[in-house]
Design a binder for this molecule. Structure first.
Ligand code: ACO
Length: 333
């Protein structure tokens, strides 16, 4: 018997950011920086921070999924699979997806995490879509969430201004029409791994007094080098997916870019030939939430989308990893 092939549709999206707002003004009191520098170099005005002890990324994921289940009227027991993209898992193992599944009562699902830094959500969405398209899974939840404040040194100005905590989740189901995920391109280049990484805490350099003294449990980034790779690769891969699918600028309804730096986003939009009215931005409110930025953007702008709208998602991040995904939005609000 030949199974009827279905595309994977996003049938709901929900996001979550913690209440605490860390403004550029407050950062001025912590490190030698200024609101003017941060806004002109990055576009960020404030970011959210998950305060309190014993609160990991799973808390962000749980809040996203609870809202998603309520909104889509889905019983947690109906969920087949949960994929969580994150570089700040609660622990190295068990996976954060398993912790989330337990906390939301998804007792019939299994799950795993994906580590692809800022491209994590696109990687996870592409992965989740395979299970739907294969016809073996009916309800897949894809989460992108990061508690970046857990790996940030708030005494060092280069990185602390860039990142925040937050996440979002989508429900994937078989499409009833031709809407849904149409295509994606995923790439990686491990030779760039050293330029943006967490040096210690893994099997190579387990935690020790030395790694703590050297501050190796905080994010390390060669900002201007990463910037150059990000500008080129995010623009290239966005143009490539348009060409591959014979999409002209006018065919694009919205660009949903990873929110690392407004200048990287502007360069991508320029290469695609799309005007600012089509570029979804919320970097000023949340900063870079790593795997959280794209689902948070889908959530913030959900009311704009109409069924059939062509969306291009694009990201670049640590690894290096990068990718783009073309989807036709599947519902009206
Ligand atoms: N406040 C004031 N000055 C600062 C700050 C700050 N917060 N941070 C750096 N500076 C200074 C630097 O020390 C430097 O001073 P110097 O010339 O005296 O040495 C000067 O500003 C310029 O520094 P650059 O690093 O050249 O600044 P740049 O214009 O490149 O902006 C930034 C830095 C924002 C980090 C940019 O390089 C960037 O966006 N990089 C890419 C980030 C990214 O996309 N990462 C991938 C995703 S993240 C992930 O995957 C987890």
């Amino acid at each position: 018997m030949i199974l009827k092939k279905h595309k994977a549709s996003i049938t709901g999206v929900h996001g979550y950011v913690p209440d605490y707002i860390l403004t550029n003004k407050e950062l001025e009191t912590l490190v030698d920086t200024s609101d003017e520098w941060i806004v002109t170099r990055t576009g960020i005005k404030e970011r959210r921070i998950l305060k309190g002890d014993m609160k990991g990324t799973s808390i962000l994921g749980v809040e996203c999924v609870k809202g998603l289940l309520e909104k889509t009227n889905t019983d947690p027991k109906e969920i087949d699979l949960i994929i969580c993209a994150t570089v700040t898992p609660d622990m190295l193992f068990p996976s954060t997806s398993n912790l989330i599944a337990d906390k939301i009562g998804a007792t019939n699902s299994y799950g795993f995490d994906i580590s692809a830094a800022c491209s994590g959500f696109i990687y996870a969405l592409a992965t989740g879509s395979q299970f739907i398209e294969a016809g073996t899974h009916n309800k897949v939840i894809v989460i992108g969430a990061d508690k970046m404040s857990s790996i940030i040194d708030y005494e060092e100005r280069k990185n602390c201004v860039l990142f925040g905590d937050g996440g979002g989740a989508v429900l994937l189901e078989p499409s009833e029409d031709e809407t849904g995920i149409q295509d994606y391109l995923l790439k990686s280049d491990g030779s760039g791994g050293d330029m943006l990484c967490l040096k210690a805490g893994g099997s190579l350099r387990p935690a020790s007094t030395e790694t703590i003294k050297n501050k190796e449990h905080y994010i390390y980034q060669e900002g201007s080098s990463v910037f150059k790779f990000a500008v080129t690769n995010m623009a290239d891969i966005s143009e490539e997916i348009m060409n591959k699918n014979k999409l002209k600028s006018d065919d694009i309804s919205y660009l949903v870019p990873h929110q690392a730096n407004k200048r990287i986003i502007d360069a991508t939009a320029k290469r695609m030939g799309v005007g600012p009215e089509k570029v979804l931005l919320n970097i000023e409110k949340y900063g870079n939430t790593t795997a959280g930025t794209i689902p948070l953007c889908l959530w913030d702008f959900e009311n704009k989308f109409k069924k059939g709208d062509n969306l291009i998602l694009a990201a670049f991040g640590g690894g290096f990893t990068w990718g783009s995904l073309y989807l036709k939005w599947s519902y009206n609000n």
